[in-house]
Design a protein around this ligand. Structure first.
Ligand code: TRP
Length: 360
């Protein structure tokens, strides 16, 4: 059991920033057919601009590079947060609408839900046997979630969901996982599980690849209050918000008392995050955007940001409204995605059964 004692650190995660000329990026461009991407979201509420520039934009880019993509609606993992579980179906529908609105194309990408893919869930059991309770207890992201949880007790799922997440990634043998920094401990655990499974059950021919994390190249956007952008904090601009709501949120955004606008994230986080938001929407350099506003102060800054965001989101919002008018669209997207995910998961589970000598 020596290998169970191994410390998992994030330093060995095959991390790579999107957009840069990292080996993974080069590989993705040179030979997209060799890679498989999986990523996903908990259906907790509508996606916001932080999600867009942090990950959604990159997913669409990878899709058009021709990399096979799986996009998971994590409707079991979200049960770690009971507050949202009550409106789960509405949250799932909203999430799928957001995906379609930003340009994820169900003809190219597989959009699927945890709850519909039985064979994926079955991988959880052998995977749980490969990790120790101590390892689960050390996961910094889970610790943080427990510390901020509004629930009175910690569920077994909260403690074990990173292992379930390994099943999400390994059922389709994903090689690249675009995620944020907070997901790196889960990626490291996934790599550990892949390695241990291969070593124990299939030492001569690996069944599972060790996936690499692909970190977003976009710097972090803050919420309008200067804190972490999150819908539950009321500081996020949702993709589905209308132009007036967006203007209201930006008008109320925190700034500082220095009149001259500059881009200096360390010294002026709130102002710089607004400048960055405008720059991302305008596809310009943030220093140049700040320079243009110059002595205009936060009033002028907010006008520029509001116009940039509303113009940028207009086509996304229009597409979202169109899709929302088609009552059968969500069901048919998920039915097709789930069907494909089930076929892939069944094939992997069959390999796992053979390797574990439980194929009767
Ligand atoms: N844990 C991710 C989040 O909270 C969602 C998720 C579930 C995920 N399974 C995944 C992300 C697999 C990447 C790969 O946002």
């Amino acid at each position: 059991m020596q290998q169970h004692q191994q410390a998992t650190t994030t330093s060995s995660v095959g991390t790579s920033a999107a957009g840069g000329r990292s080996p993974i990026e080069q590989g993705l461009h040179a030979d997209p057919g060799r890679y498989r991407v999986l990523t996903g979201d908990r259906p907790t509420g509508r996606l916001h601009l932080g999600h867009y520039f942090g990950t959604l934009q990159n997913r669409v880019r990878l899709q058009y590079l021709g990399v096979e993509s799986f996009i998971l609606v994590a409707d079991y993992q979200v049960l770690t947060d009971r507050d949202v579980a009550e409106n789960l179906d509405a949250a799932v529908q909203g999430l799928v609408l957001d995906y379609l609105a930003v340009g994820i194309d169900p003809a190219r990408a597989t959009i699927f839900t945890h709850s519909a893919v039985t064979a994926l869930n079955q991988l959880l059991l052998p995977f749980l046997s490969l990790v120790s309770v101590a390892e689960l207890g050390r996961n910094p992201t889970v610790k943080d979630e427990i510390a901020h949880s509004r629930q009175s007790s910690v569920s077994g799922l909260m403690f074990t969901y990173p292992v379930h997440q390994a099943a999400d990634i390994l059922f389709c043998k994903a090689t690249v996982v675009p995620v944020g920094q907070d997901q790196l401990p889960h990626l490291e655990l996934t790599r550990t599980i892949a390695r241990r499974f291969n070593a124990r059950y299939s030492p001569r021919a690996d069944i599972f690849p060790e996936p690499a994390a692909l970190l977003s190249a976009a710097p972090l956007l803050l919420g309008t209050d200067g804190g972490k952008m999150s819908k539950s904090r009321g500081n996020a601009i949702a993709l589905a918000d209308d132009a007036d709501e967006t203007a209201r949120l930006i008008r109320g955004a925190r700034t500082d008392s220095i009149r001259r606008i500059s881009y200096d994230p360390a010294a002026r986080p709130e102002v710089s995050s607004l400048v960055l938001l405008a720059a991302l929407c305008l596809d310009r350099d943030p220093h140049a955007v700040a320079e243009d506003i110059g002595d205009g102060g936060s009033g002028a800054l907010k006008t520029v940001v509001t116009e940039a965001v509303n113009e940028f989101l207009a086509p996304i919002r229009a597409r979202r409204m169109d899709y929302a008018q088609d009552p059968g669209i969500i069901r048919s997207v998920l039915r097709k995605g789930n069907e494909h995910a089930n076929a892939v998961a069944e094939a992997t589970l069959e390999e796992v059964r053979k390797a574990m000598k439980t194929s009767y």
